[in-house]
Design a binder for this molecule. Sequence first.
Ligand code: DQA
Length: 167
Amino acid sequence: MTERAVITSLSQMLTQEFVFSILVLHGPNLNLLGQREPGIYGSVTLAEINRLLVAEGVKLQAEISHMQSNHEGVLVDAIHSASQDKQGILINAGAYTHTSVAIRDAIASVKLPTVEVHLSNIYQREAFRHHSYIAPVAIGQISGFGAESYRLGLIALMHHLKSRTTT
Ligand code: DQA
């Protein structure tokens, strides 16, 4: 890269305008990624996934905020707050995917476009993981690509938001 090209790309980074603010929500036990059942969930930690999403967000003009909680009500509160200043939600609700009417109702209430992601392919696993309460209120779901599921989910969410803005 020439000196001029480096300066141009640096100034582009500095003047980067975020077009959309996205909330990334991680549900129960995802704080243990990296050590938790690595044969199923891989060795990537949650901090690494968050860093990957922030970096991908810069490319996509998405400002990423992330939070993880093991508590259903905290996740519900975060979804409610998102309606004030976020344009979309990327969520891995963990086990609450299969149990939580409250999280489903919160997503339906705030009407923010939401993409559901899972590291593992939930349809290849135990029958109780085949049903998602989130899926009917999400614009789509990505499941089975490990940490890459999050990146693909963010790309899909941003594609949805940008195409909505230009149509
Ligand atoms: C998970 C799948 C869920 O069934 C499980 O309870 C999780 C993680 C996934 O990312 O593959 O905690 O959401």
